[in-house]
Design a protein around this ligand. Sequence first.
Ligand code: ATP
Ligand code: MG
Length: 190
Amino acid sequence: MKKKDMAPREFSGPAPRGRKGLLIIYTGNGKGKTTAAFGAALRTLGRGHRVAVVQFIKGQWLSGELNALKKFGNQIELYPLGDGFTWNTKNWDNDVASAQKGWKKCTDLLAAHKHDLYIFDELLYVLKYRFLSVKEVTRGLSLKSRDSHVILTGRGAPRALLSMADLVTEMKEIKHPYKKGITAQPGIDF
Ligand code: ATP
Ligand code: MG
């Protein structure tokens, strides 16, 4: 008897039609959201294309990723804006102002149409804490050129953005060394 061919020989969806700018969301409670975004940055840079990164919350990534990505010179623009946030000190007005300033940077970059990939790292946290409205973000994203890609990261992506997105991946925690008291590792966590 002839065996059934199980290999995915043909793409059954609509024919792919060249370059299409994607809205990509990496969300969820597991580790890997920012790492995945920077993985895509590496691919974009490797293609000789340009990347812009705005980081909303100050993290330790400056030490690892920034050091590496800076080596790509004017192929990449990096804006670590997180310094302005003060939610530990509960200064609401200050946090709202920082979020607005950060989003203004993002929309200026999108409107300038100079990059192929835009990463707005931890933007979703800023939405979660309501320092910025989802409406402002959906409106701003419309400035994106049709062939550029945008990646948003952070926990708790709002439904409106999930439905707008072309690609959504939820990082799910199965295990994390933090639970065993193992601290963040250079090269892996920052
Ligand atoms: P990464 O930057 O490593 O890709 P992430 O962007 O998915 O992580 P964030 O919520 O931005 O996760 O948290 C950043 C930091 O918190 C990283 O140092 C990461 O290792 C750590 N972290 C991520 N997920 C968890 C978790 N489930 N438990 C504890 N620490 C975590
Ligand atoms: Mg992150």
